[in-house]
Structure formats: C-alpha cells, structure tokens
Design a protein around this ligand. Sequence first.
Ligand SMILES: Cc1cc2c(cc1C)N(C[C@H](O)[C@H](O)[C@H](O)COP(=O)(O)OP(=O)(O)OC[C@H]1O[C@@H](n3cnc4c(N)ncnc43)[C@H](O)[C@@H]1O)c1[nH]c(=O)[nH]c(=O)c1N2
Ligand SMILES: CC(C)C(=O)C(=O)O
Ligand SMILES: [Mn+2]
Length: 492
Amino acid sequence: MFSRQVKQFLKRSSSTLWPYLQRNYGAPSRQAKVTNDFVSSLKSIVGDKNVSTADAVREQHGHDESHHEIGLPDVVVFAESVQHVSEVSKLCNDNVVSLIPFGSGTGLEGGVNALEGGVCLDVTKMDEIIEVNAEDFDCTVRPGVMRIGLNNYLRDTGLFFPIDPGADASVCGMCATSASGTNAVRYGTMRENVLNLEVVLPDGRVIDTAGKGRRTKKTSAGYNLTNLFVGSEGTLGTITKATVRLYGVPEKTISAVCHFNSVQEAVDTVVQVLQCGIPMAKLEFLDDVAIEAFNKFSKFDMTVAQSLFLEFHGPALGLEDQFNTVKELIDMNNGFGLKTAIEADERNKLWKARHEMVWACCSLIPGSKPYSTDVCVPISHLPDVIVKTKEMIKEANVIGPIVGHVGDGNFHVFFPVDHADTETFKKVYDISHRMALLAMDRNGTCTGEHGIGMGKRDLLIRELGEEGVEAMRQVKKTFDPNGIMNPGKVFC
Ligand SMILES: Cc1cc2c(cc1C)N(C[C@H](O)[C@H](O)[C@H](O)COP(=O)(O)OP(=O)(O)OC[C@H]1O[C@@H](n3cnc4c(N)ncnc43)[C@H](O)[C@@H]1O)c1[nH]c(=O)[nH]c(=O)c1N2
Ligand SMILES: CC(C)C(=O)C(=O)O
Ligand SMILES: [Mn+2]
C-alpha cells in the first residue's frame, strides 16, 4: 500500500491518479476474525511453538522486498507438514479468515502483505528435498526448499535447476509467482519447468495437479491444472510440493560483455543472435546510467554505454564457434570493448555489475530503497519502449538505471527512492504506470516476471479486459468460494 504521506500528498494534489489509487487501496472489504479461541485452535493443530502473534514476527511476515507498505497479519503460523497446512486451511475456511502463504518474502509486488490481516502461513520449515531422479532430469521438493540450497544439494549429480531470479527464493514461491530471471532465454520460466504440484485447497483437500507421482515431460491429459497454479500468487491454494525439471551442468561456460552507442544497436545484436539460432544462456542489457551507478558503487571503470552481458553454455566442442558468430554480429552492429571470461572467478567479476545492480542503484540516494518496474514486450518493440522510458525518466528528473532480460523482451527500471520523499515517489509511481501502459500498447504485458500482487491490479484489467479478469474471478470462486486465499491480490 502507499504510505499515509503519499496518500495525503496525492489527495492534496490535483493528480488524476487519486481516484485510481483510492479504488485500488480502499478499506478492506472484510474484517478478519482472529479471536483468542481461533489462535488456540491454531495452536492445537501445529503446537504452541509454531504460532506467533509477536509484533516482530508479524512485521517480518507483513512485507516482501517491494516498495509496498507493510500489511500485518494477525498471526503467523509455521507449518511442519502437509497435514498442518490442510488443517490450518480448513480452520481458516470454516471461520472465513484470510490465509496468506509465505515462501521467503523476496517478492516484488507485495504478494505476502496482509491487506486484511488474517493468518500468514509460513512454510519454510517444510524443507525436504523428497527425491532427485537424475536420469529423468527432475526433482521433487517441499515448499521450504530454496533454489540455492537445491543447487548445492545437486552439485554432485551433474545437474542443476536453472531458474535464477537473482534473489534466493523458495522454489514453491517461484512457482507461485511464475518467476524467471537471467536464464529464461535458454531454459524458460517456471511455467515451462514445473511438471507437477501438490496443492492444499482452502477447504483442506490435497490435490496433485498432474496426478499423484506423475512427472512426465509432456502430457495432454485434460486441463493444465499445473499451470493454473503457476503464477496464482497464493490466491487459489498453498503449494506443498513441486516437481521441477533439471538440466545438465554445461561442460563449458563463456561469459562476455560489450558496449554500444545506442539501445537500437544493442537490441539489433540480440535479435540477430537469436535469429541465428544460437542457444544463449543469458542475454542481459544494462544502460549507461546502470553502468555509471555500478562504477561509483564498486569503484570500477567499466565503459559507460549501453551494454550487453552474455553467457554461453554448452559442450566445449562448438561453443567457441557460437561465440565467434556472436562476436561478428557485435562488430556488425558497431559494438565495442568486448571482454570475455571462462574461469568461474573471472566470469563472476565480469558479471559483477549485473549482480550488484540493486545495491549500486540504492547507493545513489542515501536511505533509499529500490522501486523496481517490470514490463515485457515483443522483442521488436524493445528499443522503442526502452528509449521512451529513458525519456520519461529524464523528463521527470529522477534517477532510473535500466536493466533487462532483453533476450525475452523483458526489462526493469530500478528507481532508488527515499520513501519519505513523496514527490519523487509519486513521479516514480507515475513512470512505472506509464511504462506498463506503453508496453501494453505495444502488444506487451505489465509484468514479465514479478506478478500482479497488490500493485498492478488495475493494469491486469487493462491487459486482459474486464471479461478476462471476470473469468479469473470465476476460477478463483471454484477453488476458493469463501475468498480466504490471499485476498486483494491479482484482482479485487
Ligand atoms: C534482489 C531481487 C531480485 C529479483 C527478485 C527479488 C529480489 C529481492 N525477484 C522476485 C522474487 O525473487 C520472486 O518473486 C520469487 O519467486 C518469490 O519467491 P518467495 O519464496 O520469496 O515468495 P514470497 O514469499 O515473496 O511470496 C510471493 C507470492 O507467492 C505466494 N506464495 C509463496 N509461497 C507459496 C506457496 N508455497 N504456495 C502458494 N503460494 C505461495 C505468496 O502468497 C505471494 O503471493 C525476481 N523475480 C523474477 O522472476 N525475476 C527476477 O529477475 C527477479 N529478481
Ligand atoms: C528488478 C530486479 C530485482 C530484477 O528482477 C532483476 O534484477 O532482474
Ligand atoms: Mn528480473
């Protein structure tokens, strides 16, 4: 939610945004009914030690890593088993109390913020890696398993789980937000990588979206329930088990960075690389402002220009050929300053600017937090949309480094914002909103990977149309007739 100061500022100003905000962030439609008796019932299900009404615990669970204002749950419950999740869900459903699944709180659209109080269901204690089927390239995990922990566990198998949203998120939380990140251009997003989910429905029933124990690479058996829950942001049920695809660790990795004088030349290079069918593992863009921020933060002297960060994965045989073709395309588009690295340490150094971007950007304004935007367009529209975004940022006189998973047509602006600075906050909100409208105007989406959460509900209506969102509401009613699952998220 917007802070009280921002609301007051917007109310005082003649901003046309205010009616929109009021509609979106109005008073809760229902009051949660978390009584002492209800808390006692929770304790009898999960044990005293797994129920907390302490302010610090509620505060920790009332927000994610986004700019959205904290929304406190009344109580936090730590589940240790599917049975806990099932019984807690049933209790909430019977008493019409909101239930908000909590993965690791790294979301960027206020997904875990409790808009109506209620129960925050923390599943981090359920952290078992149930099985790894190395020959089948899949594994099955409980919701407390984090992606870095999973990859550490997989190290000796020669396999890895490639989806990398930067943050160390829970694998099931990543299912819930349909996360992706830097590797999606090669390995896809969560949508392409989840084979089966176990979900506890609000009334306590447990379903397996592809059927119990099934883990095939393909199926045409009925509706795709798995992908209904991928990206459902905790609004349909709680994911208690996920079976995901794994991939062979590449024999060789080459990292590279190069620079361009224009966004158009950088994106032309990306399009031509993809047209040549080169299976790039990462194709990331950082603009000149982002590089400048990094240089200041890390005392580097990287060339300040529009830049591409690339990574090649594959067998040693042939990877150099792929690299040489890309090098030719970079030259053809007037790219310069190409640097490469093969050893892990050197590769990490080369990619340091990308990895440290959040902190570099916040260091530009002391006391600021990142306000990140996320739009995605068909790649041919990318130069136009990025250039127009840069113009908006310049016009508003704010700082906004741009980073992008350009291989997918997806990019972000990281605005460093001091939340007490309501004027800048409003400007940034306004640019973020206009970026989303611009992307949608170019056949794009208001979110490539961060989701709708509480921040983009009006934009979802514009994107899908009232009929599309109404169809989603009907799906929700089928699974969650009492509307207890993460109310106020995705749509009202
Ligand atoms: C520095 C940094 C960088 C990035 C990102 C974050 C940060 C802090 N992200 C966003 C983030 O990492 C991503 O949204 C994760 O998928 C969220 O996973 P959590 O486990 O933290 O879910 P979190 O706890 O934040 O919950 C997110 C949503 O999922 C629901 N949920 C969580 N666990 C659930 C479960 N078991 N069952 C049902 N619902 C559940 C919640 O209710 C909420 O609505 C991102 N993302 C991305 O796609 N690409 C990127 O490049 C980045 N980059
Ligand atoms: C906006 C940020 C956090 C992100 O998604 C990224 O770095 O790719
Ligand atoms: Mn991203």
